[in-house]
Design a protein around this ligand. Structure first.
Ligand code: GLY
Ligand code: MN
Ligand code: MN
Length: 441
């Protein structure tokens, strides 16, 4: 074993020990003797025998590091090693699931099981049993409690804080995703279409689409203005102006979520100026990250920066305060500054006050903000400001009483560039932060 893998194994063991301790404490607090965690399963498409791609339940990934296992169960009981019943039916249509191996598997008792629809024998009948996951269609033992809300909120809270193993996984996922971003950029620079950039990304990161933590967003020109643009054009436009790539990777279950925006031969200099401006204030927002910083306040600071950039560029000719007050900056960027990141790309617990699950909703003006908490050490968040030309959001301003406060000729020049987003993944440390998205894309 190399020094590197020795360190990695010891981080994994510490992660599992941390979960074992935390679950022991939480099961006692919430009145359960055991919790059975279901990995989930893919569903058939309607009137078909084919299935969409699948990603497992977050709490199962938290323990096992795998997002691909279906029909698996994990039983956690204080004082016992976790019991992982992995689904391995006798099946000549598919390759049999091999027994899990590695540090996680060594830490657990492993049992193969062959049936779906109910809990396998080693997991069922364990006193006051909580069963969590996508179990609505399954037969549960009598007396078991499905998805008890208070316990689930507390387990979500546990996921918000990342230990050394988790932070390392997020860092590695970022390193690999950056390789993909470089390949996508090179493909675009060579005249490639959206599909070429996507395929270059997948090849460079050695993954198939079904393994991605979310569907990559690869938008050229006006498509960059659709926040979750979901297609891949097969042909490049005659006039390439911009490329926005929001693309990730999973490493041992943990997700990278990185966005970069690139100019091209036909780019309007105003778009390049704005891209540099967003990149600059994204760095300034990252520089603010530290324990005790309120994320809603930081989101408001994004709008302050955005307003300043819109005014400095001449697109908006009113005061920054007026642009924010009227909702104009939110028409240029309707999404939140960022979210928690972990085994899910939009990770849990971002909108609860604490382990009690008391809601912490976003302000009415920012319904899409997924993180409303005060930052604490060991959280990992994305910082992803944007600036887009989204006609349906800008039209009310174009035709409203404040129409003269916007240079619509400039907006129209930008429209075929779609938009800009710059997104990094950042860990909060006891005295500041550490950017996990290290290196050029
Ligand atoms: N990739 C989706 C997001 O940035 O939140
Ligand atoms: Mn993203
Ligand atoms: Mn994101």
């Amino acid at each position: 074993m190399t020094l590197f893998s020795e360190a990695s194994a010891s981080r994994q063991r510490a992660h599992l020990a941390r979960l074992q301790d935390a679950y022991t404490h939480l099961l006692d607090e919430h009145g359960f003797d055991a919790v059975a965690i279901y990995s989930g399963h893919a569903r058939n498409q309607y009137a078909d025998d084919q299935q969409a791609s699948f990603a497992g339940y977050g709490h199962f990934i938290h323990w096992t590091g795998t997002a691909t296992h279906q029909h698996d169960w994990l039983l956690i009981r204080p004082g016992h090693s976790p019991h992982w019943c992995y689904f391995a039916p006798a099946d000549f249509w598919h390759l049999s699931t091999p027994a899990p191996v590695g540090v996680f598997a060594d830490f657990m008792t492993l049992t193969p099981h062959e049936t779906t629809g109910s809990l396998p024998a080693p997991v069922a009948s364990n006193g006051r049993l909580a069963v969590i996951g996508d179990v609505a269609s399954l037969a549960l033992p009598e007396g078991a409690t499905a998805n008890p809300e208070a316990l689930c909120h507390a387990l979500d809270e546990l996921r918000l804080f990342k230990d050394a193993h988790e932070r390392y996984c997020l860092f590695v996922a970022n390193q690999i995703a950056l390789e993909g971003h470089r390949a996508a950029r090179t493909s675009f620079a060579a005249g490639g279409a959206e599909l070429d950039a996507q395929l270059a990304y997948l090849a460079a990161t050695r993954q198939r689409e079904s393994e991605l933590p979310y569907q990559n967003i690869v938008g050229i020109n006006s498509h960059a203005g659709t926040l979750h643009y979901q297609h891949y054009d097969k042909y490049a436009p005659d006039k390439p102006r911009s490329l926005l790539v929001d693309a990730g990777h999973r490493y041992l279950g943990y997700c990278a979520d990185i966005t970069r925006t690139w100019s091209a031969s036909e780019t309007d200099p105003l778009f390049t100026y704005l891209t540099e401006g967003v990149t600059d204030f994204q760095r300034r927002l990252i520089a603010r990250l530290a324990p005790g910083v309120d994320f809603v306040t930081l989101h408001d600071e994004m709008h302050q920066h955005l307003g300043e950039l819109l005014v400095a560029s001449g697109i908006v000719n009113t005061s920054v305060e007026a642009a924010i007050e009227s909702g104009l900056t939110r028409a240029f960027c309707p999404h939140g500054l960022g979210h928690s990141l972990g085994v899910q790309v939009h990770d849990v617990a971002g909108r609860q006050r604490d382990a009690s699950g008391a809601p912490l909703p976003p302000p009415a003006r920012d319904p899409a903000l997924r993180l409303t908490r005060t930052l604490e050490t060991d959280m990992v968040v994305t910082i992803e400001p944007g600036l887009y030309v989204i006609p349906m959001l800008l039209e009310p301003f174009r035709h409203g009483s404040q129409s003269s406060t916007v240079d619509w000729t400039a907006v129209d020049r930008l429209a075929d560039h779609g938009g800009i987003r710059i997104e990094d993944n950042v860990m909060i440390t006891y005295n500041g932060h550490d950017n996990l998205t290290q290196g050029e894309a």
